[in-house]
Design a protein around this ligand. Structure first.
Ligand SMILES: [Zn+2]
Length: 125
């Protein structure tokens, strides 16, 4: 069985080893092991990396509209509605992309064997 791409399987929110098992048991709660192939997923920790990338990307995409909207010639009520829609888009897009980004980062960590740095005392070069 060939190993699927960690990025593509992360986008699909599937295990990076078998490409079939779901990564999450609920919205962002990871399974301890893959339900299909049994791969241990508890060794990887994405911490706040997905939130950083998603927040940065979404704000990069939508922040110009937050600055341009007050300069538009809209009357007050449509402008308030446009702000509400824009804020809902920021929140909705972030919540939609967060599991995807976490899946990609988790699969990349497991694929490359990334782990927390450890230093041995007295081994300075
Ligand atoms: Zn699997």
């Amino acid at each position: 069985m060939s190993q699927p791409s960690p990025i593509l399987s992360g986008i699909r929110q599937r295990c990076g080893q078998c490409g079939e098992g779901k990564l999450y048991s609920s919205y962002l709660k990871l399974h301890e092991t893959c339900p299909v192939c049994g791969r241990d997923m508890s060794s990887a920790d994405t911490a706040d990396g997905p939130a950083f990338f998603v927040g940065f990307g979404v704000l990069l995409l939508l922040a110009p509209f937050l600055f341009l909207l007050p300069m538009s010639p809209l009357p007050l009520v449509p402008m308030i509605i446009a702000f509400i829609v824009l804020c809902a888009a920021v929140v909705g897009l972030s919540l939609w992309l967060l599991p995807v980004a976490k899946g990609v980062l988790l699969n990349l960590q497991l694929h490359h064997g990334a782990e927390e740095a450890s230093f041995k005392p007295g081994s300075e070069d």
